[in-house]
Design a binder for this molecule. Structure first.
Ligand code: FES
Length: 280
């Protein structure tokens, strides 16, 4: 609890349009599980995230104005009345994420959330049966958190990486299939090469655009419901600025703009107009 005392217990700044607040959170662990990937843990005083939800995160000493959206990768509840421990996997791909990857234990970040929908909420109403989780790279994070939640349908986990695997250490799935482009730690190749949706009741996927398009297409062909988590640049993270829109089909098959942060980040794959979201 000593570290908790060092942390500001009160929210900082004004409330976001969705009523969420930022908290100044102490980093308590930093690891480098793979090249360009940093695992961070923070003391977090807010609510527990559900698998698939994300947070806006910004290093406290930062040269960037806006937080970066990061999916929660893990959560451990704290002692009664104390903070939980919130984990992220961060891909170093720009100044904001580089600053986060450079954080050391004892340093702080400003964090708001949890935001967006969850895998469980997005797939409500899908009949029981075995699920397939398909991740690519750092897309393993929101699926690993969902995998840790009790009481859900059985699932197989397919995780693809460029090289050394990470983020799947605690996953207890019916089967765990790991592939890497260089073959390290698993099968050699890309994860869609080892996956068929046949026999699954539902598929959940998060990862690179090309992988999501492939997974969505094979699920469509097999008639298996598929849900994808999309990634967009975000400003407010709260549904107000419309800076994160994605093109989707509405219930009448008309094009619409959906907000990745507030209507997603998880969408039914058959509502996403992939070529307009990602380009042809
Ligand atoms: S980031 Fe502002 S509406 Fe989504």
């Amino acid at each position: 609890m000593e570290a908790w005392r060092k942390m500001a217990e009160k929210p900082i700044g004004a409330a976001l349009p969705n009523g969420k607040r930022f908290y100044r959170c102490e980093c308590i662990d930093q690891k480098r599980p793979a090249n360009e990937i940093t695992g961070l843990e923070f003391l977090w005083p807010g609510p527990k995230p559900e698998g698939g939800q994300f947070f806006m995160v910004r290093a406290e000493r930062s040269g960037v104005f806006l937080g970066r959206p990061l999916s929660a990768a893990s959560f451990k509840p704290g002692p009664e009345g104390g903070p939980g421990v919130l984990g992220f996997l961060v891909l170093d791909k720009g100044q904001g994420t580089h600053e986060l990857c450079s954080l050391r234990p004892g340093e702080t970040a400003e964090i708001s959330g949890p935001l967006g929908n969850s895998w469980a909420a997005a797939a409500a109403g899908i009949p029981e049966g075995v699920a397939a989780f398909i991740s690519g790279g750092v897309g393993v994070a929101p699926l690993a958190l969902y995998a840790s939640e009790p009481g859900k349908r059985p699932f197989d986990f397919y995780a693809g990486f460029k090289s050394k695997p990470y983020g799947v250490e605690g996953v207890k799935s019916r089967s765990l299939i790991i592939a890497a482009e260089d073959g390290e730690g698993g099968l050699k190749g890309r994860i869609p090469d080892f996956f068929s949706p046949v026999g699954y009741s539902v598929v959940f996927s998060c990862g690179p655009e090309a992988m999501l398009k492939t997974v969505a297409a094979v699920c469509e062909e097999a008639g298996v419901p598929c849900f994808v988590s999309l990634e967009r640049r975000m400003a407010c993270g709260a549904g107000a600025c419309l800076g994160c829109t994605v093109k989707t089909w509405d219930a009448n098959n008309a094009r619409q703009n959906s907000r990745c942060c507030a209507d997603g980040p998880i969408f039914a794959a058959n509502t996403v107009i992939f070529d307009e979201v990602f380009g042809e």
